[in-house]
Design a protein around this ligand. Sequence first.
Ligand code: 5GP
Ligand code: ZN
Length: 114
Amino acid sequence: MDDCLFCKIINGQIPSDMVYENDKIVVFKDIKPEAPIHVLIVPKLHIGSIQELNDGNSEYLVAIHYAANKVAEKLGIYDKGYRLINNCGRDAGQSVNHLHYHLLGGKFLGAKIL
Ligand code: 5GP
Ligand code: ZN
């Protein structure tokens, strides 16, 4: 996707603070962190949102969750806990139309997400 911000980060056209990468996934720091640890877990395949998941690309969803655990371990929050958030669509505030999960942690986040 030529005009996709996260595709440009994935292919190196736009710089990012990368914390983890494998064959399916990149993980980089959110430019506007809302917790001491706030990274974005992003599939290398352009998938617009969870609404575009299907039998042909669902392996990326598993890879996202495995990457979350790996990154939590790498960043030292595996034992304390962490939160994965996905925003889908306008009312959820999705601002980049390339599937991504926010991984948040590094402090007590409270019982709810708002
Ligand atoms: P959404 O609002 O779509 O769930 O999440 C998009 C996230 O991408 C936001 O938290 C925003 O701060 C982050 N973001 C937007 N532009 C950039 C960028 O150029 N670089 C990085 N690292 N994060 C970005
Ligand atoms: Zn993309």
